[in-house]
Design a protein around this ligand. Structure first.
Ligand code: FES
Length: 347
């Protein structure tokens, strides 16, 4: 187990709710099913956007502000590959080019609608809110389980009225499982279990393992209570927009059941977060009753995390400068340090 380093001297290096948002990153803006030819309004990293599905099926993400007088573009009308502003009728292509201005023969020089890079992958629409083209090699994370028929996936979205950093810290800190989530996936002893922490300049990995434990209620409801099992969970902070937990349960007969819990964490602004979650499993894949039970657990579970963060934000609106840190907070502090470094580099 890696010994947590002292964090007292590093407190000012950790991102908090006052840290500028990191825009040069991929974030999930919407689920694929949310986007159609009717514009969808969404705020990402403080940027208002309008998401539209083109006739060829691709998704365009536009600035939700007409460059003429700022009318919201999601209130406009889409026809084919063009959108018309609902205020004075300027028409733009979904690539942002101005096509026509009703009141004059030629568009004013330089008028264009902002467009944001978009990628559709695994049932999610990813956006790069900095606007410019992402550097080469910077793609949204690979999520093959979401498209693989050997896995079954549940997904949802929770709106949290709180800063996104608290959500990252909660999800990387599996010690909260013992308490916050004890009726569902939590396991007695998780908070005390040894953990291994690894970090580099961009990622944080936390691994915990428990041997000879009882299945938590949720898993037992699907798999049956088979006595003592071994559990291993590897949680990775991939970026300010994404975390993933790889969970394995190993049974005495050697069988292994795997679950991937994907957390797409998208700051709407400093005080609000879109939390897109997906849970993929490689067992009971065709069992619809198991999926229904899993949804009955997962939806209130993720909502409970969001409500907890809102309660913290309401109780301490001035921020977290006086928070005391525990040894189990080390992973959260590491990811907050990465976010702080990224935000500083952008400013
Ligand atoms: S505000 Fe859009 S055309 Fe005038």
């Amino acid at each position: 187990m890696a010994a947590p380093r002292s964090s007292a001297a590093r407190i000012k290096r950790f991102a908090d709710s006052t840290t500028p948002l990191v825009r040069s990153e991929w974030y999930v803006a919407a689920g694929s099913a949310e986007v159609s030819e009717t514009p969808l309004a969404r705020r990402v990293c403080g940027v208002d956007m309008a998401l539209v599905r083109r006739p060829n099926g691709a998704v365009a993400i536009l600035a939700d502000r007409c460059p003429h007088r700022g009318y919201p573009m999601h209130l406009g009308t889409v026809e084919g590959d063009a959108i018309t502003c609902g205020y004075h009728g300027i028409r733009f292509g979904l690539d942002g080019k101005c096509l026509a201005v009703p009141s004059q023969d030629r568009p004013p020089k330089g008028i264009a609608l902002g467009v944001y890079p978009a990628v559709e992958r695994g049932g999610w629409i990813w956006v790069w809110p900095a606007g410019e083209r992402p550097p080469s090699g910077r793609s949204p994370p690979e999520t093959p389980w979401l498209d693989d028929p050997a896995w079954t996936t549940l997904r949802g979205r929770v709106a949290a009225g709180a800063n996104y950093i608290g959500l990252h810290e909660n999800l990387i800190d599996l010690s909260s499982f013992s308490y916050l989530l004890r009726e569902s996936v939590g396991a007695a002893g998780y908070a005390q279990a040894p953990f291994v922490l690894r970090t580099d300049a961009r990622r944080v990995h936390v691994e915990r393992a428990l041997s000879g434990v009882r299945l938590p209620p949720f898993y037992a409801s699907i798999l049956g209570d088979r006595g003592a099992v071994d559990r291993r969970t590897l949680s990775t902070f991939e970026s300010p927009g994404f975390q993933i937990a790889h969970s394995e349960i190993r049974f005495p007969d050697g069988r292994i059941c795997r679950t991937k819990i994907l957390h797409a964490i998208t700051p709407a602004d400093a005080n609000a977060t879109h939390y897109f979650w997906a849970v993929a499993r490689d067992f009971a894949v065709d069992d619809s009753a198991a999926s229904a039970r899993q949804r009955d657990v997962a939806e209130p579970l993720f909502a409970k995390i969001a409500r907890s963060l809102e309660a913290i934000a309401a109780a301490a609106p001035g921020g977290d400068a006086n928070d005391v840190h525990l040894s189990t907070d080390q992973a959260g502090l590491e990811l907050r340090h990465i976010i702080q470094t990224r935000a500083h580099a952008e400013s």
